[in-house]
Design a protein around this ligand. Structure first.
Ligand SMILES: Nc1ncnc2c1ncn2[C@@H]1O[C@H](COP(=O)(O)OP(=O)(O)OP(=O)(O)O)[C@@H](O)[C@H]1O
Length: 210
């Protein structure tokens, strides 16, 4: 079970490559921080992982059973549904018994520091609580791949810190987690680092030397 990038490069316009020569293997049990300057292609790489796009050159070989889950920068939930129900419903939909779904959901709420707000409606959660709930929901169904796009981008520093403390709870033997981020603290919380700057071709402006 792995994802392999074999000489992957991508560009949207004829001349400018976003990244090139990306060769690496991702494995379950790891949480990869994907970093790089704005516009370097972090979201594009997540889209390649989700199979929404194909690379311009090279291959992305995805050998991962199960579904792909996403967590986006803006937490989105059902306003009047409780935190507990946000976790339980996908587990029930997967066929779990109510008792098991409830105990697994409560265990996840504890791990993500949300046990005390289990019965609180989504609309009454703070920004940090809502984002931690999204991370818990993302990992709850044991996806093969969990793709997270800038989880702290919309949060103040103290709230971002709470979310970053929860990153390690995403480590799972069944899941490859990739988190695109500008936040150094998020990067430090992850187990591994993919730095897109290493794969950016050095584009010399055409007017140099002319
Ligand atoms: N579908 C598309 N067609 C053309 N250009 C695109 C497309 N998607 C993204 N781009 C361009 O590719 C570049 C990389 O975009 P991407 O969103 O992957 O970068 P990023 O590293 O995630 O940026 P940020 O940190 O600002 O979110 C940007 O210049 C963007 O405008």
């Amino acid at each position: 079970m792995s994802v392999r990038f074999e000489g992957v490069g991508h560009k949207f316009t004829e001349e400018a490559w976003l990244f090139r020569g990306l060769t690496l293997q991702l494995s379950p049990g790891h949480v990869y921080a994907l970093t790089g300057p704005s516009g370097s292609g972090k979201s594009t790489l997540l889209n390649l992982l989700s199979r929404w796009n194909s690379p311009t050159e090279g291959k992305v070989v995805i050998n991962v059973p199960g579904r792909t889950s996403w967590v986006f920068q803006n937490p989105h939930g059902t306003p009047r549904r409780s935190a507990l129900d946000h976790l339980m419903l996908p587990l029930l939909a997967k066929g779990e018994h109510t008792k098991n779904a409830r105990s697994r959901s409560l265990e996840l709420l504890s791990r993500f520091g949300l046990r005390e707000v289990a019965l609180r409606e989504f609309r009454a959660l703070s920004g940090g609580e809502a984002q931690r709930l999204m991370l818990a929901c993302g990992i709850a169904v044991s996806p093969g791949l969990l793709l997270v796009d800038e989880p702290t981008a919309q949060l103040d520093p103290a709230t971002a810190q709470d979310v970053n403390r929860a990153i390690r709870e995403l480590i799972s033997p069944e899941t490859i987690v990739v988190i695109a981020t500008h936040d150094h603290e998020t990067q430090v919380a992850c187990t591994d680092h993919i730095d897109l700057r290493k794969y950016q071709p050095f584009n010399v402006p055409s007017f140099v030397g002319s």
